[in-house]
Design a protein around this ligand. Structure first.
Ligand code: C2E
Ligand code: MG
Ligand code: MG
Length: 470
């Protein structure tokens, strides 16, 4: 009977539309709308399922995470429209270069991942990673421009004990970070050392935050001497983290972490206050040098921090030397130069530390009137090894002389280095030969020893390097 048949067909149609709708919803839930690639949730779930199957077969899977080097600079220079176009183009190329049975996902706005469920060998995975890097590195045409991205890849292989998706993604992320940090190949494989370093970094993040609250930070002071007379001129304040169980942690481990997490702002203010408070107890002719991180120039508090430290301690501004490195001048130069001007107007001498490393652009020297150059310790260390270095040091000292700057040589460890530096009329000397950094409680002893050697007119070069006189 026709009416019944009709309603049957309509029902079928409705069922079909419902199924289609459900499939569409399912697709939308599992895929990224811009690129059509799997989204993170669906990808993680698919990886977990594949990894469980694989564990039973004792096979190996691989995850390749794709990232872009220098992303903040690039994304900041593109409109949303251009970024979306770039990402869609990259995704299309990624899909085209995907090995059979592999899954691809858009992990974050600018990052992708490829999961290879059955990886025959590390070499095969590397070949895939390289071909994807090459394909995605080709320029993308956008309006009348050709946009090229620097593509990097982090690769992690699954193993029996870290066979879940979260661990695999974490490991690939660590490998990607390592690939981003090193120049060259553009890819890195995960290895357990990366995980160890990441755990240590997480500990240091915790220690620096806790250290500020619990007073774990302390300053050591390393003496700086006049090269010709051997007279003590001042000290450099060097920060240490004294962990209750782990003992002393050096700045090479925690400064960059404190910079990344922003802790450096509070920590830097503490260093300034503490160094000025301590130096105010010293004889009036001694200076204290404080290292200021580039990040401290990025917040608005540096000038106030210096002002407060001087005011609270009653230390004369000319006794507080501010040490900066060239990397400080690379970031937003005008803003940094304005702050350096303000510091100099307050009366603080500005020292260019680690001179000769980094970019060593000589234009810094005439753009900003530094008081001193501190030659990086690599020069003193190489003095006796390379026939070229003495001439270079001589030239740096002459250049500084020409610009009216004093020169400090840091890292002086041997009598031979000291002799050469004196012959070239280097002004100031700092290094293990003269004095190692000492704890605050030992500073008076260094000052007294220097005073005693001055009044007894001892020879300028000490027989005992540990004695604290040049
Ligand atoms: P820097 O400012 O160039 O300090 C000199 C570093 O060389 C110190 O290392 C010092 O102990 C070491 N040194 C001195 N004489 C010799 C020597 O004869 N031979 C050798 N091999 N090394 C010598 P330290 O204390 O580990 O500090 C390393 C770096 O950490 C400093 O380099 C500075 O860049 C940074 N730093 C230290 N304290 C602070 C701080 O309070 N704030 C900031 N932002 N950075 C700091
Ligand atoms: Mg320094
Ligand atoms: Mg230095």
């Amino acid at each position: 009977m026709p009416p019944k048949e009709n309603s049957q067909t309509e029902l079928e149609l409705l069922r079909h539309q419902k199924r289609q709708l459900e499939m569409d919803i399912d697709h939308l839930q599992k895929h990224d709308t811009l690129t059509g690639l799997m989204n993170r949730n669906a990808f993680m779930q698919a990886m977990d399922e594949a990894l469980v199957e694989l564990a039973a077969l004792e096979g190996q899977a691989a995850l390749i995470e794709i990232g872009i080097r220098g992303l903040p600079r690039i994304s900041g220079s593109l409109s949303r429209h251009a970024s979306d176009y770039m990402i869609s183009s990259l995704a299309a190329r990624l899909r085209f270069n995907l090995p059979r049975a592999a899954l691809a996902c858009r992990l974050d706005y600018w990052s992708f991942a490829i999961f290879i469920p059955k990886a025959a060998s590390a070499l095969e995975v590397l070949t895939t990673a390289k071909s994807v890097i090459n394909a995605l590195s080709l320029p993308v045409d956008w309006v009348d421009r050709k946009l090229t991205l620097e593509i990097t890849a982090g690769v992690a292989l699954s193993s029996a004990d870290d066979g879940d998706a979260v661990t695999l993604l974490h490991n690939a992320g660590l490998a990607l970070k390592s690939a981003m940090e090193k120049s060259g190949a553009g890819y890195a494989f995960f290895n357990p050392t990366l995980a160890q370093a990441a755990r240590r970094r997480a500990d240091i993040v915790q220690f620096t935050q806790e250290g500020l609250e619990k007073n774990w930070f302390e300053l050591n002071y390393q003496a700086i001497y006049d090269a010709a007379s051997g007279k003590l001129m001042g000290f450099e304040a060097l920060l240490r983290l004294r962990h209750p169980e782990q003992g002393i942690i050096p700045p090479s481990e925690f400064i960059s972490v404190a910079e990344e997490t922003g802790v450096i702002q509070k920590l830097g203010a503490w260093v300034l206050a503490e160094a000025c408070r301590e130096a105010a107890h010293w004889p009036d002719d001694l200076t204290v040098s404080v290292n200021i991180s580039p990040e401290q120039f990025q917040s608005s508090t540096l000038i106030t921090d210096v002002h407060n430290a001087l005011e609270k301690s009653n230390l004369a501004a000319h006794r507080l030397e501010i040490e900066i490195t060239e990397s400080t001048l690379l970031k937003d130069s005008d803003m940094v130069l304005a702050q350096l001007d303000a510091l100099r107007d307050m009366g603080c001498p500005i020292v260019l530390d680690d001179f000769g490393t980094g970019y060593s652009s000589l234009s810094y020297l005439w753009k900003f009137p530094f008081s001193k150059l501190k030659m990086d310790k690599s020069f003193a260390l190489a003095l006796e090894d390379s026939p070229l270095v003495p001439g270079m040091i001589h030239s740096i000292i002459n250049l500084a002389r020409h610009l009216g700057l004093k020169v400090t040589a840091e890292g002086v460890e041997t009598d031979a280095q000291l002799k050469l530096l004196r012959a070239y009329h280097c002004d100031l000397i700092q290094g293990f030969l003269c004095a190692r950094p000492v704890q605050q409680a030992d500073v008076p002893a260094v000052i007294l020893r220097n005073f005693a050697s001055e009044i007894t007119r001892q020879p300028a070069v000490s027989d005992n390097p540990a004695a604290g006189t040049v």
